[in-house]
Write a protein that binds this ligand. Structure first.
Ligand SMILES: [Fe+2]
Ligand SMILES: [Fe+2]
Length: 301
């Protein structure tokens, strides 16, 4: 059963954008431009195929790359339908969507948290605030629902791998927590451009509430995954965690992809003397319970 519903989780109280208002169109253009950039970089998950530590991971990244390519096209269709031109991405989006070769950070930061927040924006903002009365919107929402369903799969992969890695390497909990605090610290910078207008606009009036909703959801996600303490630690402990997280992140920037399948494929396929616990032979659509392969083989930091 999915823990991630397809229906919006934040209540905008019926506030809608007006797709004929130039001001609203600028806001929608900003949001869609970040989405388009995120989807373009999402295609680079194909890079993870080279370093996939198991057949299961290889299957996931092939599937994800195809899905992200399709999302890119779907967002291009939405730009055309609304007669909008994309803007360059915001620096926060560029930072949050940069590829990480170090697998333990990739699954947490890109899939579990990053794509989780992507889902918050697509599902909670766009699906809730685009006006159904506009004849262009029903088709746009149909496309967005397809994207959301697939983003949920990506988040679930990230969560599954994060749990497995944390069980294997408990020490990851502190840098993971620090990185989550850092990500939450840069989040408000993304919406700073709109803060002055939050008082006047029916949708933007919800911005502070929505940000709080995202923060709470992400902290709860981290608690559920087992690396965010139940009670938020004091400033000193948080600073230590953030430093540890930053150090691991900087180290990860020098990680190089390392291939492993050419060494493990016989066991992965269940044809060797040491079948891997998560190896599933030739099946291409079943799901392993325990995950497989060595995450450290995916990248060396
Ligand atoms: Fe996507
Ligand atoms: Fe995705």
């Amino acid at each position: 059963m999915s823990e991630h519903p397809v229906e919006p989780q934040y209540d905008f109280g019926g506030a809608k954008f007006d797709l004929n208002s130039p001001e609203d169109r600028e806001i929608i253009r900003f949001i869609l431009s970040q989405a388009l950039y995120g989807e373009a970089t999402g295609v680079y998950c194909g890079k993870s195929l080279y370093a996939a530590g198991s057949l299961e991971a290889a299957r996931f990244y092939v599937r994800q790359a195809k899905q992200e390519l399709a999302h890119l096209q779907l967002f291009a269709d939405i730009f055309r339908a609304l007669e909008l031109k994309p803007l360059p991405a915001h620096w926060v989006i560029k930072l949050l969507s940069s590829h990480n070769n170090y697998y333990p950070l990739k699954v947490l930061m890109e899939h579990a948290i990053g794509e989780g927040m992507v889902l918050d924006i697509f599902r909670d903002i766009l699906l809730a605030t685009l006006p159904d009365e506009d004849p262009r919107v029903p088709l746009i929402k149909k496309k967005l629902r397809v994207v959301c369903k697939e983003e949920i799969e990506h988040v679930e992969w990230g969560e599954k791998e994060t749990r497995r890695l944390l069980a294997e390497k408990r020490w990851l909990a502190t840098p993971y927590y620090g990185l989550l605090e850092l990500q939450m610290a840069v989040l408000p910078l993304l919406v700073r451009a709109f803060e002055k207008r939050t008082g006047q606009h029916p949708v933007l009036a919800h911005l502070p509430g929505f940000l709080e909703h995202v923060r709470t959801r992400v902290y709860n996600q981290g608690k559920d995954l087992g690396f965010v303490p139940e009670k938020r630690p004091g400033a000193v402990k948080r600073a230590v965690a953030m430093t540890t997280g930053l150090a691991l992140f900087l180290r990860s920037q020098f990680a190089r992809s390392k291939s492993t399948l050419e060494k493990t494929y016989i066991d992965e396929l269940g044809l060797g003397d040491h079948p891997r616990p998560g190896g599933r032979g030739g099946s291409s659509d079943s799901h392993s319970e325990s995950g497989s392969g060595s995450p450290d083989a995916v990248a060396s930091a």
